[in-house]
Design a protein around this ligand. Structure first.
Ligand code: NAD
Length: 475
């Protein structure tokens, strides 16, 4: 039995998603075979390739899974971790399909993974492995702007996405749309401003929206709003760090942060940027001067708090610790952090769980914006920024004349400003997360669905059925 199965009971990670899917399917009247088609993974590519590391030849195990081709290209991150396996990548690819449908991103779901520990391999060797993996994908037609577009995930970032793009371009020279073969690139390499922090910011927008719903907050005995809410975050990587920073800036109190080596706690709140600096300088969050150490990092999840944000890995809340969780709200920033058994236990306790297939969709939403930017070959705001500023200036002149009052220089600066790329990306993301939240909540209420996860799956499956019907595949 694998370590994951110990936590999830007798079934695999993919079975966990199937279970969630089946719960949602009860609310959809459509032929069973059609639901089976949506559930199944369309293509699974498992590869082994040799890479020379030092004097040795190492055989690297890697995957790319395309879960659904109902919309193309497929889209999903690539993770580097020793835990990578086929079941995990299939599950994460499936989650991508449901996620894209919820936030109206017109892609099928995919995921990739390489079984390596990036922390123990030099960057030169990570580059070699990344480039070889990309050429394997190209050989099998598993990457391309209209085929399958990877992005960062656990253990990867802008640097790896740059290498993927460069390898793709060198093998497909002359492809004018080559930049759109991968997202999450640095801005100087065709990335979009706001992508790096997008998943964390999306998590923040989603939780903020929930905290403004009086009925939901009262149901768990909390006041409306984020200010003063006590939050615990697991994982201070890309998603966790940015989510923590936005919560901190908004007036919420980050009481604990958990990393691999342990957790730190201060009931009066941690300064996220100071902790991050401490982590950079010391290689660990432990021994942060203004906090207590917690040696067993998993114990941090069980502390008293209002909101718990797991932002590291899957299956961290399972049947053995679910009863000890004291949070009133859990925001799934990571993919699949709660096993189905734990889900049921927490549901019975009345905990509000904001599911991964909605909450961490900020990354793919902004990846979609990056893909559109790459295909249109123009920076967002470039065409309209000056025009908007000129129109705003004319408006101001009229207002000043009509009101016979001069507007201050500070006010002018604010009103005159035309939209920059970052403004457009963030407003598009905010709008997407707000809309997604209310669509799930409205469906939950109207169909009397027991929780947000099932409602999110219902919303997503209905949209996928609709796409298939429009394609003419389903009767
Ligand atoms: P990352 O590699 O940047 O960060 C992960 C962090 O978790 C690291 O700091 C790592 O040290 C920490 N960690 C690992 N094991 C831990 C443990 N046992 N306890 C506490 N911390 C631990 O990865 P990321 O991109 O931030 O992804 C995190 C999660 O969010 C993953 O589940 C990923 O699939 C999901 N996700 C990421 C994105 C994205 O845009 N990066 C988008 C959607 C979902």
């Amino acid at each position: 039995m694998s370590k994951n199965q110990n936590k999830t009971g007798s079934y695999s990670f993919f079975n966990c998603i199937e279970k969630n899917f089946d719960k949602a399917a009860r609310f959809i009247s459509i032929e069973k075979g059609l639901l089976e088609q949506i559930k199944a993974c369309n293509s699974v590519y498992r590869m082994h390739f040799p890479v020379k590391i030092g004097k040795e030849i190492k055989v690297i195990e890697a995957y790319r899974v395309q879960h659904s081709h109902h919309k193309l290209p497929c889209k999903g991150g690539i993770r580097y971790s020793m835990k990578v396996n086929q079941d995990e990548i299939m599950t994460l690819a499936a989650l991508m399909t449901y996620k894209c449908a919820i936030v109206d991103v017109p892609f099928g779901g995919a995921k990739g993974g390489i079984k390596i520990d990036p922390q123990t391999i030099s960057s030169e060797n990570i580059e070699k492995i990344t480039r070889r993996y990309t050429s394997e994908l190209i050989k099998k037609n598993f990457i391309g702007p209209g085929i399958d577009v990877p992005a960062p995930d656990y253990g990867t970032g802008e640097r790896e996405m740059s290498w993927i793009f460069d390898t793709f371009l060198s093998l497909r020279s002359g492809d004018v749309d080559a930049l759109a073969c991968v997202t999450g690139k640095p801005v100087s390499q065709g990335g979009v401003r706001g992508r790096k922090e997008a998943t964390g910011l999306g998590v923040f927008y989603g939780i903020r929206e929930l905290c403004h719903v009086k009925e939901d907050m009262y149901s768990v005995g909390l006041d409306v709003g984020l200010v003063g809410k006590k939050i615990i975050i697991q994982g201070l990587g890309n998603v966790g760090y940015h989510a923590a920073s936005f919560f901190h800036e908004s007036g919420a109190i980050i009481i604990a942060l958990a990393e691999r080596e342990g957790a730190i706690y201060n009931e009066n709140g941690l300064n996220v940027s100071k902790v991050f600096l401490h982590l950079k300088n010391n290689g660990s969050i432990l021994n942060f001067p203004e906090a207590k150490n917690i040696k067993n990092t998993e114990k941090a999840l069980e502390l008293e708090c209002d909101i718990l944000i797991p932002a590291a890995l899957e299956n961290v809340i399972h049947k053995n610790n679910a009863n000890c969780i004291k949070a009133k709200i859990i925001g799934e920033a990571a993919n699949g952090p709660i096993t189905p058994e734990a889900d049921e236990i927490l549901d019975k306790k009345g905990v509000i769980i904001v599911p991964d297939i909605y909450l961490n969709a900020g990354g793919v939403t902004v990846s979609y914006f990056e893909w559109l930017k790459n295909l249109s070959h123009v920076r967002y705001g470039r065409m309209e920024k000056k025009f908007r500023e000129n129109v705003n200036a004319e408006f101001l002149k009229v207002i000043e004349t009509v009101c016979k009052k001069k507007i201050s220089i500070e006010e002018k600066k604010m009103i005159l400003r035309g939209p920059r790329e970052i403004d457009l990306v963030r407003s598009g993301l905010e709008d997407t997360m707000i809309n997604g939240f209310h669509k799930i909540r409205d469906l939950k209420k109207s169909l009397k669905i027991e929780n947000m996860r099932t409602a999110a799956f219902v919303l997503s499956i209905k949209k996928i059925i609709d796409s298939y019907e429009k394609l003419g595949i389903f009767p």
